[in-house]
Write a protein that binds this ligand. Sequence first.
Ligand code: FES
Length: 132
Amino acid sequence: MVAHVVAPAAEIPPGARHVTEAAGKRIVVFNLGGEFFALADRCPHQGGPLSAGPVMGAVHSDCPGQYAYDRRGEILRCPWHAWEFDIRTGRSVFDPKRIKTRAYEARTACGAELQAETFPVRVEERYVVVEV
Ligand code: FES
């Protein structure tokens, strides 16, 4: 891996994103409350530009009739066909019913296929650095 300086950390404030290119790959870096995460700027479905997608939270339910909206600002929606990805891991967001069934095994395999490429990212002094 080669370290790639993305930008001064101060230029990517919490809630912001920054698109860069390293080793011929477009990468989008997100600041989630002071933590930096980097995803390939290419949706694993059909190559949509993830950096152009809206960021939102997730709705989950533990039982019928009750739901909660959480993880605000941590879920990225592809602008082309609305597939959603966890910014922290690059993994796609699935229907919880599928996760609870045998499909869980398929989901695990499928999750690996649907995972956006991620890169280690850290802050060195005042600069965000991505390992590519
Ligand atoms: S290209 Fe991203 S959901 Fe289809």
